[in-house]
Design a protein around this ligand. Sequence first.
Ligand code: AMP
Length: 111
Amino acid sequence: MSTVFQKIIDRQIPATIVHEDDRALAFRDVNPQAPVHVLVVPKSPIAKLADAKADDRDLLGHLLLVARDVAVKEQLGDFRIVINNGAGAGQSVFHLHLHVLGGRPMGWPPG
Ligand code: AMP
């Protein structure tokens, strides 16, 4: 069954898209945890980071650079990139995604 992110990629449900290329899509989180909260997803689904293969190395690097580019475009000086891996770490959508968060001070450790 396709995830909500696959449905966004396939344009079956709407999202506010801020970046698209041949391998990645970035869109605003529907429940933002910071003034800027964007999700970066690969178009070819990987359920979670732990499932990534050595062949995914270029894709993973690409996603990180897209996340950086989104942060620059959103004029975030400081920002945080988060990947939740598994339900116990807070993952709720099992299509790999990077959270780009910024626009407010970030505490540490995260919850
Ligand atoms: P995670 O908990 O790391 O799996 O993150 C999933 C994120 O997806 C959460 O921050 C949700 O708010 C977000 N989300 C769920 N459904 C949508 C949607 N339709 N459009 C945008 N963001 C969504």
